[in-house]
Design a protein around this ligand. Structure first.
Ligand code: UN1
Length: 513
C-alpha cells in the first residue's frame, strides 16, 4: 500500500517501529505480549503494539487519579482551550490519520477522512460546551433559601471502543470528558490498535506543550481481560463501551454490580421504511450507502428495507440496479466505494448469515460471495448481498456486521411498517422515506419508531455529532456526542443555601425545641 502514501502517513503519525501500546501521555510502557496489526486492505503487517500488564495497568490508573486532581481544578474554558488545540492538530493531520483509519480498518478513504472530521467537529462542539456546563437555579419553597444544581467533574472515564470507528468514538468521549474535567483511559479494539497509538501521540504532544501532567489521556491495550480490569475497577466511575450486545451485557452487569455508571453503545438493526410517496432519488443513495458504506460495519448500517407493496417492485429493481454500480476494492483508491471486511472471522460470519437466511427461506436477489484474485489477496473483500426475507427470521433478528440487506414488504398503513421496524430487539437508528407529512409525524411520534435515532428522508447512518447518539433496548440506552450527553461525564450536586436567620424545614415540618 506504499503507493497510497501510507509510509509517509505512518511517519507523520509517529508509528514507525512502534513496539508499545500503553501510555499515560508522553510516557510509554514496554508491555507484555505483542498484538500484530494486519491490514484487511492488503493483508500486510502494519505494525505491532504490546498488551498492558496488570502492573502497568495499576500505574496508569494511579497516574490518572493524580492527574484528575490537577485537571478538575483547571477552569473549564481553559480545558476547552486544550481541546481546541487538539482539534486544530487534527485538522493538520486529517490526511495521514484518515489514511491510517482506512488502511487499518478498511473503510473507504472518504469515510476515513469523514471519521477524522467527526473528531474535529466534536472538538469544536466541546470547546463551546466548556463555557456552558451550566447548572440551574431552582426556586426554594422556603423563605430566604436558594437552591441550585452544580455539575462537578467525575473522575476517570474508561473508554472501550470497537474497530469500526477506531478514532471517532474515542474522541466523542474524550472531547466531552476533558472539558468536563475528567481524565480518560482508553482500551481500543485489538483489531485497530495502531489508531489508538496515533491518537495518543497527537494528544500527548498538546498536553506536553501545555505543561499538563501525565494521566489526562491514557491508553491501554489487550483482550477482554484488560477490559475486565476496567469494568471491575471502583476507581473508574464511568465506563463508556461501544461494541456488541453480547459485550455490553457483560460490561453493564459488571459495572452495575459495583454501582458504577456505564454508557453503552451496542448493536443496531436499523431499517428504512419506504412508503408509496418516497422519492427514489433519495431512497436509492440513502439505502445503498447505509447498507454498503463501511462494508456494512457501522452500528447504524441499514440492515432492513420495509417497502410498501404498491412500490415494492419499483424500489427493489432500483436498489438491485444500483448494486451493479458498486465498485469493490482497495479503499485507499477513491474510485472504490466499498473496501474489505475487518478480518476473515468477519467474512465467515457474513457467509454464515447468508446461508442461514437461505435456510430460513430467504430469496437471494443479489448474490454475495468472497472476492478472489488480484487486489483481493487479503481474503476480506466480499460482495454486498440483497436478500428478500421475513422480519421474523432468526438471522434477520440479529445484527450481522456485514453488507447484507434484507428486503421486506408491508401493506396498508404506515403503522404496519412501524410495527415491523420496531419488531427487533435493538433500537439504534431508523428512517422513513415519505412525502406525506402525517406519515412522517406518526413515525416520529410516541407511537412511532422506538429507536434513539429516527430520520425522515435520509438514511440510518451518518449522524452528525450535534445530536445525542445512541439507542434503546439492546442498543444499551447510552447517549454520547452532542445535545446534553455531556451530563453523563459529570456528577450532579443539588445545593440548598439558607441566607435567612431562621431554620424553616421543608414540607412545612415543625420541629420546635
Ligand atoms: C458506529 O458505527 O459505532 O452515524 C458509529 C454514523 C456515524 C457513527 C457510527 N456518525 O453512522
Amino acid at each position: 500500500a506504499t503507493d497510497y502514501g501510507m509510509d509517509k502517513a505512518l511517519q507523520q503519525l509517529g508509528l514507525k517501529d512502534v513496539n508499545h501500546g500503553t501510555s499515560t501521555g508522553s510516557t510509554w510502557y514496554p508491555g507484555g505480549e505483542e498484538i500484530a496489526s494486519y491490514s484487511p486492505v492488503d493483508g500486510a503487517l502494519i505494525g505491532k503494539v504490546t498488551t498492558t500488564t496488570k502492573e502497568e495497568y495499576d500505574t496508569v490508573i494511579k497516574t490518572a487519579q493524580e492527574a484528575f486532581k490537577t485537571f478538575r481544578a483547571m477552569p473549564a474554558p481553559q480545558r476547552g482551550e486544550i481541546v481546541r488545540q487538539f482539534g486544530n492538530k487534527l485538522r493538520e493531520l486529517k490526511e495521514p490519520l484518515g489514511k491510517l483509519v482506512s488502511y487499518e480498518m478498511g473503510k473507504s478513504l472518504q469515510e476515513g477522512y469523514g471519521e477524522v472530521q467527526e473528531m474535529i467537529d466534536i472538538c469544536d462542539f466541546a470547546v463551546g460546551l466548556s463555557r456552558q456546563l451550566n447548572g440551574q437555579v431552582i426556586p426554594s419553597e422556603r423563605p430566604g433559601h436558594v437552591m441550585r444544581e452544580q455539575w462537578h467533574s467525575l473522575g476517570i472515564v474508561g473508554i472501550i471502543s470497537a474497530f469500526n470507528f477506531p478514532v471517532a468514538v474515542w474522541s466523542w468521549n474524550t472531547a466531552l470528558a476533558w472539558v468536563c474535567g475528567d481524565v480518560c483511559v482508553w482500551k481500543a479494539s485489538e483489531k485497530a490498535p495502531l489508531c489508538s497509538v496515533a491518537c495518543q501521540n497527537i494528544i500527548a504532544e498538546i498536553l506536553k506543550e501545555n505543561d499538563l501532567p501525565e494521566g489526562i489521556s491514557c491508553i491501554i491495550n489487550g483482550d477482554y481481560t484488560v477490559g475486565e480490569w476496567m469494568t471491575k475497577d471502583t476507581r473508574i466511575p464511568l465506563i463508556s463501551a461501544t461494541g456488541s450486545t453480547r459485550m455490553g451485557r457483560i460490561v453493564g452487569k459488571t459495572v452495575a454490580e459495583r454501582f458504577g455508571k456505564s454508557l453503552l453503545e451496542l448493536g443496531g438493526n436499523n431499517a428504512i421504511i419506504i412508503t408509496p410517496t418516497a422519492d427514489l432519488k433519495v431512497v436509492v443513495p440513502g439505502a445503498v450507502f447505509g447498507a454498503v458504506g463501511t462494508c456494512g460495519q457501522r452500528c447504524t448500517s441499514t440492515r432492513r428495507l420495509i417497502i410498501h407493496e404498491s412500490v415494492y417492485d419499483k424500489v427493489r429493481d432500483a436498489i438491485v440496479g444500483a448494486y451493479d454500480q458498486i465498485v469493490i476494492g482497495n479503499p485507499l483508491d477513491e474510485k472504490n466505494h466499498v473496501g474489505p471486511l475487518i478480518d476473515k472471522d468477519a467474512v465467515d460470519m457474513y457467509l454464515n448469515a447468508i446461508e442461514k437466511a437461505k435456510e430460513e427461506g430467504g430469496n437471494v436477489l443479489v448474490e454475495g460471495g468472497v472476492l478472489e484474485g488480484e487486489g483481493y489477496e487479503s481474503g476480506c473483500y466480499v460482495k454486498p448481498a440483497i436478500i428478500e426475507a421475513e422480519n421474523t427470521y432468526e438471522i434477520v433478528q440479529h445484527e450481522t456486521f456485514a453488507p447484507i440487506l434484507y428486503l421486506m414488504k408491508y401493506s396498508g398503513d404506515v403503522e404496519n411498517a412501524i410495527e415491523i421496524q420496531n419488531g427487533v430487539a435493538q433500537g439504534l437508528s431508523s428512517a422513513i422515506m415519505t412525502n406525506e407529512m402525517k406519515e412522517a409525524e406518526r413515525f416520529l411520534s410516541f407511537a412511532g419508531s422506538d429507536c434513539g435515532i429516527a430520520n425522515v428522508n435520509i438514511g440510518t447512518s451518518g449522524a452528525e455529532i450535534g445530536g445525542a447518539f445512541g439507542g434503546e433496548k439492546e442498543t444499551g440506552g447510552g447517549r454520547e456526542s452532542g445535545s446534553d450527553a455531556w451530563k453523563v461525564y459529570m456528577r450532579r450536586q443539588t445545593n440548598t443555601v439558607n441566607y435567612s436567620d431562621e431554620l424553616p424545614l421543608a414540607q412545612g415540618i415543625k420541629f420546635d425545641l
